[in-house]
Design a protein around this ligand. Structure first.
Ligand code: RFL
Ligand code: PHB
Length: 394
Protein backbone atom coordinates (compact mmCIF):
# COMPACT_ATOMS: atom_id res chain seq x y z
CA UNK A 1 0.00 0.00 0.00
CA UNK A 2 1.13 3.53 -0.70
CA UNK A 3 -0.31 6.93 0.27
CA UNK A 4 0.75 10.53 0.82
CA UNK A 5 0.03 10.73 4.56
CA UNK A 6 -0.14 7.59 6.70
CA UNK A 7 -2.15 8.32 9.85
CA UNK A 8 -1.88 6.00 12.85
CA UNK A 9 -4.92 6.13 15.14
CA UNK A 10 -8.59 7.01 14.61
CA UNK A 11 -9.17 9.11 17.71
CA UNK A 12 -10.17 12.76 17.31
CA UNK A 13 -6.67 13.75 16.08
CA UNK A 14 -6.35 11.11 13.35
CA UNK A 15 -9.95 11.36 12.16
CA UNK A 16 -9.95 15.15 11.92
CA UNK A 17 -6.56 15.20 10.18
CA UNK A 18 -7.84 12.73 7.58
CA UNK A 19 -10.90 14.92 7.05
CA UNK A 20 -8.89 18.15 6.67
CA UNK A 21 -6.47 16.50 4.22
CA UNK A 22 -9.31 14.98 2.21
CA UNK A 23 -10.97 18.43 1.89
CA UNK A 24 -7.65 19.80 0.60
CA UNK A 25 -7.21 16.96 -1.89
CA UNK A 26 -4.35 15.22 -0.08
CA UNK A 27 -4.57 11.42 0.10
CA UNK A 28 -4.27 9.61 3.41
CA UNK A 29 -4.84 6.19 4.96
CA UNK A 30 -5.92 5.84 8.59
CA UNK A 31 -4.87 2.72 10.52
CA UNK A 32 -6.81 2.06 13.74
CA UNK A 33 -5.91 -0.79 16.05
CA UNK A 34 -9.35 -1.26 17.64
CA UNK A 35 -12.77 -1.99 16.15
CA UNK A 36 -15.28 0.73 15.28
CA UNK A 37 -17.56 0.02 18.25
CA UNK A 38 -14.68 0.44 20.67
CA UNK A 39 -13.56 3.76 19.18
CA UNK A 40 -17.12 5.13 19.13
CA UNK A 41 -17.91 4.01 22.67
CA UNK A 42 -14.85 5.22 24.59
CA UNK A 43 -16.08 7.76 27.20
CA UNK A 44 -13.61 10.60 27.44
CA UNK A 45 -13.78 14.33 26.80
CA UNK A 46 -16.91 16.39 27.13
CA UNK A 47 -15.90 20.01 26.55
CA UNK A 48 -15.10 21.61 23.20
CA UNK A 49 -13.62 25.09 22.95
CA UNK A 50 -15.26 27.56 20.58
CA UNK A 51 -12.23 27.25 18.27
CA UNK A 52 -12.68 23.46 18.11
CA UNK A 53 -16.37 23.86 17.28
CA UNK A 54 -15.49 26.33 14.52
CA UNK A 55 -12.98 23.87 13.03
CA UNK A 56 -15.47 20.97 13.13
CA UNK A 57 -18.13 23.12 11.45
CA UNK A 58 -15.73 24.26 8.72
CA UNK A 59 -14.77 20.61 8.18
CA UNK A 60 -18.41 19.73 7.57
CA UNK A 61 -18.72 17.87 10.88
CA UNK A 62 -20.89 20.41 12.71
CA UNK A 63 -24.42 19.45 11.75
CA UNK A 64 -25.28 17.17 14.68
CA UNK A 65 -23.06 19.19 17.00
CA UNK A 66 -25.19 22.26 16.24
CA UNK A 67 -28.38 20.28 16.86
CA UNK A 68 -27.38 18.32 19.96
CA UNK A 69 -24.39 20.14 21.47
CA UNK A 70 -25.04 22.36 24.49
CA UNK A 71 -23.45 25.81 24.57
CA UNK A 72 -22.18 26.69 28.04
CA UNK A 73 -21.55 30.29 29.03
CA UNK A 74 -19.93 29.53 32.37
CA UNK A 75 -18.83 27.10 35.04
CA UNK A 76 -19.38 27.07 38.76
CA UNK A 77 -16.55 26.87 41.29
CA UNK A 78 -17.68 25.39 44.57
CA UNK A 79 -15.57 25.63 47.72
CA UNK A 80 -16.09 26.03 51.47
CA UNK A 81 -19.84 25.57 50.92
CA UNK A 82 -19.86 28.58 48.53
CA UNK A 83 -20.79 28.80 44.88
CA UNK A 84 -19.12 31.16 42.42
CA UNK A 85 -20.10 31.36 38.76
CA UNK A 86 -17.47 32.28 36.16
CA UNK A 87 -19.21 34.09 33.29
CA UNK A 88 -17.24 33.25 30.13
CA UNK A 89 -18.71 35.63 27.52
CA UNK A 90 -18.70 38.52 29.98
CA UNK A 91 -15.02 38.01 30.84
CA UNK A 92 -13.63 37.04 27.42
CA UNK A 93 -15.47 39.27 24.98
CA UNK A 94 -18.05 36.68 24.02
CA UNK A 95 -16.38 33.26 24.14
CA UNK A 96 -18.18 30.09 25.31
CA UNK A 97 -17.53 26.35 25.35
CA UNK A 98 -19.67 23.44 24.11
CA UNK A 99 -20.69 20.20 25.75
CA UNK A 100 -20.56 17.58 23.00
CA UNK A 101 -18.95 14.27 23.87
CA UNK A 102 -15.80 12.95 22.22
CA UNK A 103 -17.77 9.77 21.38
CA UNK A 104 -20.09 11.88 19.23
CA UNK A 105 -17.24 13.84 17.58
CA UNK A 106 -15.65 10.50 16.63
CA UNK A 107 -18.93 9.02 15.35
CA UNK A 108 -19.52 12.08 13.13
CA UNK A 109 -15.97 12.06 11.72
CA UNK A 110 -16.00 8.28 11.14
CA UNK A 111 -19.30 8.50 9.23
CA UNK A 112 -17.89 11.28 7.03
CA UNK A 113 -14.63 9.45 6.42
CA UNK A 114 -16.35 6.20 5.45
CA UNK A 115 -18.80 8.03 3.17
CA UNK A 116 -16.43 10.42 1.43
CA UNK A 117 -12.84 10.06 2.59
CA UNK A 118 -9.90 7.77 1.98
CA UNK A 119 -9.36 4.36 3.55
CA UNK A 120 -9.99 4.02 7.29
CA UNK A 121 -8.98 0.54 8.43
CA UNK A 122 -10.23 -0.74 11.77
CA UNK A 123 -8.55 -3.62 13.60
CA UNK A 124 -5.37 -2.69 11.77
CA UNK A 125 -2.79 -1.96 14.50
CA UNK A 126 0.46 -0.30 13.48
CA UNK A 127 3.37 -2.40 14.71
CA UNK A 128 6.19 0.05 13.99
CA UNK A 129 7.17 3.18 12.07
CA UNK A 130 10.31 2.53 10.03
CA UNK A 131 12.76 4.80 8.20
CA UNK A 132 11.14 7.90 9.72
CA UNK A 133 14.22 10.00 9.11
CA UNK A 134 14.33 9.17 5.38
CA UNK A 135 12.24 10.32 2.39
CA UNK A 136 10.34 6.99 2.38
CA UNK A 137 8.91 6.39 5.83
CA UNK A 138 6.84 3.23 6.27
CA UNK A 139 4.33 1.87 8.72
CA UNK A 140 4.37 -1.84 9.38
CA UNK A 141 0.87 -2.95 10.44
CA UNK A 142 -1.36 -5.99 10.81
CA UNK A 143 -4.64 -6.43 8.92
CA UNK A 144 -7.61 -8.63 9.68
CA UNK A 145 -7.57 -8.62 13.48
CA UNK A 146 -5.98 -11.30 15.64
CA UNK A 147 -3.99 -13.76 13.57
CA UNK A 148 -4.22 -11.48 10.52
CA UNK A 149 -1.44 -10.78 8.06
CA UNK A 150 1.33 -8.20 8.20
CA UNK A 151 1.41 -5.41 5.63
CA UNK A 152 3.38 -2.24 4.93
CA UNK A 153 2.07 1.27 4.25
CA UNK A 154 4.58 3.41 2.37
CA UNK A 155 4.10 7.14 2.79
CA UNK A 156 5.52 10.58 2.13
CA UNK A 157 4.69 11.47 5.73
CA UNK A 158 3.60 9.49 8.79
CA UNK A 159 1.52 11.09 11.53
CA UNK A 160 1.35 9.40 14.92
CA UNK A 161 -2.16 10.14 16.25
CA UNK A 162 -2.09 6.95 18.29
CA UNK A 163 -2.51 8.37 21.77
CA UNK A 164 -0.25 8.08 24.78
CA UNK A 165 0.19 4.27 24.52
CA UNK A 166 0.78 4.12 20.76
CA UNK A 167 3.83 2.98 18.82
CA UNK A 168 4.71 6.09 16.77
CA UNK A 169 6.66 7.84 19.53
CA UNK A 170 8.90 4.78 19.86
CA UNK A 171 10.34 5.47 16.40
CA UNK A 172 12.02 8.61 17.77
CA UNK A 173 15.53 7.76 19.01
CA UNK A 174 15.90 8.60 22.71
CA UNK A 175 18.74 11.04 22.03
CA UNK A 176 16.60 13.10 19.60
CA UNK A 177 13.85 14.00 22.04
CA UNK A 178 13.27 15.47 25.44
CA UNK A 179 10.42 14.35 27.64
CA UNK A 180 8.82 16.40 30.41
CA UNK A 181 6.57 14.49 32.76
CA UNK A 182 4.68 14.70 36.02
CA UNK A 183 2.39 12.18 37.62
CA UNK A 184 -0.13 12.93 40.35
CA UNK A 185 -0.85 10.87 43.48
CA UNK A 186 -4.56 10.69 42.59
CA UNK A 187 -6.90 9.83 39.73
CA UNK A 188 -10.52 10.39 38.73
CA UNK A 189 -13.29 7.88 39.28
CA UNK A 190 -15.79 8.75 36.52
CA UNK A 191 -19.38 7.62 36.23
CA UNK A 192 -22.03 7.97 33.56
CA UNK A 193 -25.54 8.01 35.06
CA UNK A 194 -29.08 8.09 33.73
CA UNK A 195 -29.91 11.16 35.79
CA UNK A 196 -30.67 14.70 34.64
CA UNK A 197 -27.70 17.02 35.39
CA UNK A 198 -28.24 18.63 38.81
CA UNK A 199 -26.97 21.97 37.54
CA UNK A 200 -27.24 23.55 34.09
CA UNK A 201 -23.48 24.23 33.95
CA UNK A 202 -20.37 22.27 35.01
CA UNK A 203 -19.50 22.39 38.70
CA UNK A 204 -15.85 22.12 39.78
CA UNK A 205 -15.79 21.47 43.54
CA UNK A 206 -12.87 21.76 45.96
CA UNK A 207 -13.55 19.95 49.24
CA UNK A 208 -11.43 18.80 52.19
CA UNK A 209 -12.29 15.23 51.13
CA UNK A 210 -11.07 15.87 47.57
CA UNK A 211 -12.15 17.21 44.18
CA UNK A 212 -15.47 16.47 42.46
CA UNK A 213 -16.79 17.47 39.03
CA UNK A 214 -20.33 17.57 37.76
CA UNK A 215 -20.62 17.41 33.98
CA UNK A 216 -23.17 16.05 31.54
CA UNK A 217 -23.72 14.34 28.22
CA UNK A 218 -27.33 15.36 27.52
CA UNK A 219 -30.38 16.74 29.37
CA UNK A 220 -30.96 13.24 30.78
CA UNK A 221 -27.41 11.88 31.25
CA UNK A 222 -24.95 13.08 33.90
CA UNK A 223 -21.18 12.60 33.87
CA UNK A 224 -19.59 12.90 37.32
CA UNK A 225 -16.06 12.51 38.64
CA UNK A 226 -14.50 12.02 42.09
CA UNK A 227 -10.85 12.44 43.03
CA UNK A 228 -9.63 9.03 44.31
CA UNK A 229 -6.18 7.81 45.42
CA UNK A 230 -3.81 6.76 42.64
CA UNK A 231 -4.23 3.09 41.78
CA UNK A 232 -7.87 2.87 42.92
CA UNK A 233 -9.90 0.10 41.26
CA UNK A 234 -13.37 1.30 40.17
CA UNK A 235 -14.81 -1.96 41.54
CA UNK A 236 -13.88 -0.84 45.08
CA UNK A 237 -16.66 1.75 44.94
CA UNK A 238 -20.32 0.66 45.16
CA UNK A 239 -22.71 2.96 43.30
CA UNK A 240 -24.38 4.22 46.48
CA UNK A 241 -20.98 5.03 48.02
CA UNK A 242 -20.13 7.11 44.96
CA UNK A 243 -23.37 9.08 45.20
CA UNK A 244 -22.89 9.61 48.96
CA UNK A 245 -19.34 10.88 48.41
CA UNK A 246 -20.39 13.15 45.53
CA UNK A 247 -23.18 14.55 47.72
CA UNK A 248 -20.67 15.39 50.45
CA UNK A 249 -18.18 17.05 48.14
CA UNK A 250 -20.79 19.16 46.33
CA UNK A 251 -22.42 20.33 49.58
CA UNK A 252 -23.60 23.96 49.69
CA UNK A 253 -25.29 26.04 52.31
CA UNK A 254 -28.36 26.77 50.18
CA UNK A 255 -30.32 23.53 49.91
CA UNK A 256 -28.96 22.45 46.48
CA UNK A 257 -29.35 18.70 45.98
CA UNK A 258 -27.66 16.12 43.75
CA UNK A 259 -30.01 14.08 41.54
CA UNK A 260 -29.19 10.34 41.60
CA UNK A 261 -29.88 7.69 38.96
CA UNK A 262 -28.69 4.31 37.65
CA UNK A 263 -24.91 4.22 37.01
CA UNK A 264 -24.30 2.87 33.48
CA UNK A 265 -20.46 3.14 33.32
CA UNK A 266 -17.72 3.42 35.90
CA UNK A 267 -13.93 3.71 35.43
CA UNK A 268 -10.79 5.27 36.89
CA UNK A 269 -8.49 7.60 34.92
CA UNK A 270 -4.93 8.23 36.09
CA UNK A 271 -3.64 11.82 35.96
CA UNK A 272 -0.52 12.82 34.11
CA UNK A 273 1.24 15.82 32.56
CA UNK A 274 3.55 14.89 29.68
CA UNK A 275 5.23 16.66 26.75
CA UNK A 276 7.46 15.08 24.09
CA UNK A 277 9.72 17.64 22.39
CA UNK A 278 10.01 18.08 19.49
CA UNK A 279 6.74 16.77 18.04
CA UNK A 280 8.55 15.65 14.92
CA UNK A 281 11.31 13.29 13.84
CA UNK A 282 12.18 13.47 10.14
CA UNK A 283 8.98 12.70 8.25
CA UNK A 284 7.18 11.42 11.35
CA UNK A 285 4.92 13.96 13.06
CA UNK A 286 3.26 13.42 16.45
CA UNK A 287 -0.16 14.93 17.19
CA UNK A 288 -2.59 14.89 20.12
CA UNK A 289 -2.09 12.56 23.08
CA UNK A 290 0.79 10.84 21.26
CA UNK A 291 2.81 14.01 21.87
CA UNK A 292 1.35 15.44 25.08
CA UNK A 293 -0.98 14.65 27.97
CA UNK A 294 -2.71 17.03 30.36
CA UNK A 295 -4.68 16.14 33.49
CA UNK A 296 -8.37 16.46 32.54
CA UNK A 297 -9.15 19.26 35.03
CA UNK A 298 -8.71 21.94 32.36
CA UNK A 299 -10.69 20.04 29.68
CA UNK A 300 -7.90 20.65 27.18
CA UNK A 301 -6.72 17.30 25.72
CA UNK A 302 -9.06 16.97 22.76
CA UNK A 303 -8.83 20.68 22.04
CA UNK A 304 -5.05 20.45 21.88
CA UNK A 305 -5.30 17.49 19.51
CA UNK A 306 -7.51 19.59 17.22
CA UNK A 307 -5.04 22.49 17.31
CA UNK A 308 -2.16 20.18 16.36
CA UNK A 309 -3.85 18.66 13.33
CA UNK A 310 -5.16 22.01 12.07
CA UNK A 311 -1.58 23.32 12.20
CA UNK A 312 -0.23 20.18 10.51
CA UNK A 313 -2.87 20.08 7.75
CA UNK A 314 -2.19 23.74 6.95
CA UNK A 315 1.54 23.03 6.75
CA UNK A 316 1.10 19.99 4.48
CA UNK A 317 -1.19 21.97 2.14
CA UNK A 318 1.34 24.81 2.09
CA UNK A 319 4.12 22.42 1.18
CA UNK A 320 2.07 20.85 -1.60
CA UNK A 321 1.01 24.27 -3.02
CA UNK A 322 4.32 26.15 -2.74
CA UNK A 323 6.98 23.49 -2.35
CA UNK A 324 8.08 25.29 0.81
CA UNK A 325 8.59 23.29 4.01
CA UNK A 326 8.65 26.42 6.19
CA UNK A 327 5.36 25.64 7.96
CA UNK A 328 6.21 21.95 8.37
CA UNK A 329 9.52 22.95 9.89
CA UNK A 330 7.68 25.28 12.29
CA UNK A 331 5.04 22.65 13.19
CA UNK A 332 6.53 21.50 16.48
CA UNK A 333 7.40 24.95 17.82
CA UNK A 334 4.02 26.35 16.74
CA UNK A 335 2.10 23.59 18.53
CA UNK A 336 4.30 23.57 21.61
CA UNK A 337 3.55 27.23 22.42
CA UNK A 338 -0.12 26.37 22.77
CA UNK A 339 0.61 23.00 24.39
CA UNK A 340 2.66 24.56 27.19
CA UNK A 341 -0.06 27.13 27.92
CA UNK A 342 -2.55 24.26 28.21
CA UNK A 343 -0.07 22.30 30.36
CA UNK A 344 0.31 25.29 32.65
CA UNK A 345 -3.44 25.87 32.92
CA UNK A 346 -4.27 22.18 33.48
CA UNK A 347 -1.58 21.92 36.15
CA UNK A 348 -2.85 25.08 37.89
CA UNK A 349 -6.50 23.97 37.79
CA UNK A 350 -5.51 20.56 39.13
CA UNK A 351 -3.53 22.07 42.01
CA UNK A 352 -6.27 24.59 42.71
CA UNK A 353 -9.00 22.00 43.15
CA UNK A 354 -7.48 18.66 44.26
CA UNK A 355 -6.42 17.75 47.77
CA UNK A 356 -2.97 16.14 47.72
CA UNK A 357 -2.50 13.29 50.20
CA UNK A 358 -0.87 14.72 53.29
CA UNK A 359 -1.74 18.33 52.41
CA UNK A 360 -1.07 20.58 55.38
CA UNK A 361 -3.60 23.02 56.89
CA UNK A 362 -1.40 25.82 55.49
CA UNK A 363 -1.70 24.41 51.96
CA UNK A 364 -5.47 24.06 52.39
CA UNK A 365 -5.74 27.74 53.35
CA UNK A 366 -3.58 28.81 50.39
CA UNK A 367 -5.84 26.82 48.05
CA UNK A 368 -8.91 28.50 49.50
CA UNK A 369 -7.24 31.89 49.23
CA UNK A 370 -6.53 31.25 45.54
CA UNK A 371 -10.19 30.37 44.98
CA UNK A 372 -11.27 33.47 46.92
CA UNK A 373 -9.00 35.54 44.70
CA UNK A 374 -10.62 34.19 41.55
CA UNK A 375 -14.07 34.80 43.02
CA UNK A 376 -13.32 38.41 44.02
CA UNK A 377 -10.80 39.75 41.49
CA UNK A 378 -11.91 40.24 37.90
CA UNK A 379 -8.34 39.98 36.56
CA UNK A 380 -7.81 36.59 38.22
CA UNK A 381 -11.21 35.37 37.04
CA UNK A 382 -10.55 36.61 33.50
CA UNK A 383 -7.29 34.67 33.40
CA UNK A 384 -9.19 31.46 34.19
CA UNK A 385 -12.01 32.23 31.72
CA UNK A 386 -9.60 32.99 28.87
CA UNK A 387 -7.63 29.80 29.39
CA UNK A 388 -10.71 27.61 29.84
CA UNK A 389 -12.43 28.89 26.70
CA UNK A 390 -9.22 28.37 24.75
CA UNK A 391 -5.96 29.75 23.44
CA UNK A 392 -5.85 30.67 19.75
CA UNK A 393 -4.67 28.02 17.28
CA UNK A 394 -1.13 28.58 15.96
P1 RFL B 1 -6.85 9.08 21.40
O1 RFL B 1 -8.26 9.53 21.59
O2 RFL B 1 -6.22 8.33 22.52
O3 RFL B 1 -6.83 8.19 20.08
C1 RFL B 1 -5.72 7.40 19.74
C2 RFL B 1 -6.19 6.31 18.81
O4 RFL B 1 -5.08 5.55 18.37
C3 RFL B 1 -5.39 4.18 18.45
N1 RFL B 1 -4.13 3.42 18.54
C4 RFL B 1 -3.60 2.75 17.50
N2 RFL B 1 -4.04 2.57 16.23
C5 RFL B 1 -3.26 1.84 15.39
N3 RFL B 1 -2.09 1.26 15.78
C6 RFL B 1 -1.61 1.42 17.04
N4 RFL B 1 -0.46 0.86 17.39
C7 RFL B 1 -2.38 2.21 17.96
N5 RFL B 1 -2.22 2.56 19.26
C8 RFL B 1 -3.29 3.31 19.58
C9 RFL B 1 -6.28 4.07 19.68
O5 RFL B 1 -7.07 2.88 19.66
C10 RFL B 1 -7.13 5.33 19.52
O6 RFL B 1 -8.27 5.10 18.73
O7 RFL B 1 -5.87 10.28 21.05
P2 RFL B 1 -6.14 11.67 20.28
O8 RFL B 1 -6.83 11.43 18.97
O9 RFL B 1 -4.86 12.39 20.33
O10 RFL B 1 -7.23 12.44 21.16
C11 RFL B 1 -6.90 12.90 22.45
C12 RFL B 1 -8.14 12.87 23.34
O11 RFL B 1 -8.71 11.57 23.29
C13 RFL B 1 -7.80 13.24 24.79
O12 RFL B 1 -6.88 14.27 24.84
C14 RFL B 1 -9.07 13.67 25.57
O13 RFL B 1 -9.95 12.59 25.73
C15 RFL B 1 -8.69 14.23 26.92
N6 RFL B 1 -9.86 14.59 27.73
C16 RFL B 1 -10.51 15.77 27.54
N7 RFL B 1 -10.12 16.61 26.56
C17 RFL B 1 -10.82 17.75 26.32
O14 RFL B 1 -10.45 18.52 25.41
N8 RFL B 1 -11.94 18.09 27.05
C18 RFL B 1 -12.39 17.30 28.06
O15 RFL B 1 -13.41 17.61 28.65
C19 RFL B 1 -11.65 16.11 28.36
N9 RFL B 1 -12.04 15.29 29.34
C20 RFL B 1 -10.32 13.70 28.73
C21 RFL B 1 -11.41 14.09 29.54
C22 RFL B 1 -9.73 12.46 28.92
C23 RFL B 1 -10.19 11.62 29.91
N10 RFL B 1 -9.58 10.35 30.03
C24 RFL B 1 -10.32 9.15 30.10
C25 RFL B 1 -8.17 10.24 29.78
C26 RFL B 1 -11.87 13.26 30.54
C27 RFL B 1 -11.25 12.04 30.75
C28 RFL B 1 -11.76 11.20 31.89
C1 PHB C 1 -16.41 15.59 30.88
O1 PHB C 1 -17.57 16.00 30.67
O2 PHB C 1 -16.08 14.42 30.71
C2 PHB C 1 -15.39 16.56 31.37
C3 PHB C 1 -15.72 17.89 31.50
C4 PHB C 1 -14.77 18.78 31.99
C5 PHB C 1 -13.52 18.33 32.36
C6 PHB C 1 -13.19 17.00 32.19
C7 PHB C 1 -14.14 16.10 31.71
O3 PHB C 1 -12.62 19.21 32.86
Amino acid sequence: MRTTVGIIGAGPAGLLLARLLHSAGIASVVLEGRDRGHVEGRQRAGILEQGTVDVLRAAGAGERLDREGLRHDGIELRFAGRRHRVDFPGLTGGRSVWVYAQTEVCKDLIALQLAEGGPLLFEAPALAVEDAATDRPRVRFRQGGQGGTEDVLECDYVVGCDGFWGVARRAVPAGSARVFERTYPYGWLGILADAPPSHHELVYARHDRGFALLSMRSPSVSRLYLQVPEGTDAGEWADEEIWDELTRRFETGDGWTLERGPVTQKSVTPMRSYVHEPMRHGRLFLAGDAAHIVPPTGAKGLNLAVGDVVTLARALVHERDTGSATLLDAYSATCLRRVWQAERFSYDMTGLLHRAPGATPFEDRIQLARLERIASCRAAETDLAEAYTGFPFG
